[in-house]
Design a binder for this molecule. Sequence first.
Ligand SMILES: Cc1cc2nc3c(=O)[nH]c(=O)nc-3n(C[C@H](O)[C@H](O)[C@H](O)COP(=O)(O)O)c2cc1C
Ligand SMILES: [Fe+2]
Ligand SMILES: [Fe+2]
Length: 415
Amino acid sequence: MDAKATKVAEGIHRLSANVKNILFEGMWPVPNGVAMNSYIVQGEKLAIIDGVCGWDGVPETLLAQFEQLNLDVNDLDYVIINHMEPDHSGWLDAFRKVRKDFTIYTSERAKPLLEAFYRITDNIKLVKSGDTLDLGAGRVLAFEEIPNVHWPETMATFDTKSGTLFPCDAFGSFGAVSDEAPYDDTLQEEQIEFFEREMERYYSNIVTAFSVATQKAVQKVKGLDVKIIAPGHGIVWRREPDRVIRSYTRLAGYAKGPARAEVAVLWGSMYGMTELAVQPVIEAIESQGVKTRVHRVPESHIGYVLDSVLQSSGVVLGMPTYEYKMFPPMAAVLDEIGKKKIMNRKAFRFGSYGWSGGAQKELDEINERNKMKWDFLEPVEFNGRPTEHDIELARQRGVELARAVKQWTLGDAAS
Ligand SMILES: Cc1cc2nc3c(=O)[nH]c(=O)nc-3n(C[C@H](O)[C@H](O)[C@H](O)COP(=O)(O)O)c2cc1C
Ligand SMILES: [Fe+2]
Ligand SMILES: [Fe+2]
């Protein structure tokens, strides 16, 4: 496991571990891995902010980086826990084996979680927004609660001396990070763009259900004199912290829409009947200059589907009827999109049925249940194989959808 401690700013070091070949949270593909970052902050006292997961070898990787800095874990005075999810707190079990007594600084809502996950009940100092911890040598840490980004207990820590914000999950991204260059100022533009793509998928998979909380957190952050953003996942933003703030503002806004002037096309088909209309619809949308992001369901993992749907103002759903309901993998995907609170899409459904239909009823139920408020064009349903007329109708709806998306996103009245 590659892991090298690097200097973020005077008295601040980044420790980290990259994890690969896992499904993050047990379900999200991370083909490029994911980094978990931890930070050592030195005044006269020594604090560690955030940790890593507890899987085989990962805590050891973190502890080994103390040695690189000529530090001993026994030098630590404070353990600051911004977020209790085990990807950041899991190392505590291993840490406790080498260090018996330590003082934890965390939010009030983290306390029961510390007991529930790690049976830790002592030496916990609870902090609220505005509370500070003086590390000496002019280094004062200020705490800011940012609840529900991503769990209820989440807080951010701000080093007033260097202007470094430690927001844990907020401003994070997927993607393993090279310890040679974990900073935006040590990366080429295309590498930063790689992390921005990884950030979009991370946001849609992990954060998007908490977009309102994220918007509130971003407002709080804007009230601080932030010079560096040092998140719990991904790269550290030193040259242009505003860039990641803008990205998160944009992504949080996408949840309620409008998002980009693009259309996500999700389709599934058993015997190719529904499929016959897929390409004509895509071509119709693109004929209006609107980009599509196409996913066959269930072949395309929900992690990627969510990314496309979050970023698109329009969604096409093509699926057959199955046992009086919607093609099940599509229903599952749609329900998850609803649970992630991706709302207010311009949408169009088409598909094939044999004798009764039923997909529409389930679609309405999912939309209602999750309060998605998607705005659907009239569906195009065909019996068995679509006729030329069915295809033409689906094509027309594709054009209508693309125009509606343009109008919504660009206010393009001429389209
Ligand atoms: C397992 C299965 C269950 C189905 N259940 C229904 C149904 O409840 N009502 C209906 O109208 N058609 C039903 N159909 C028929 C399909 O909707 C129809 O064959 C359609 O053309 C399939 O489209 P596709 O080729 O795009 O998968 C079912 C088909 C299969 C294979
Ligand atoms: Fe988290
Ligand atoms: Fe996390």
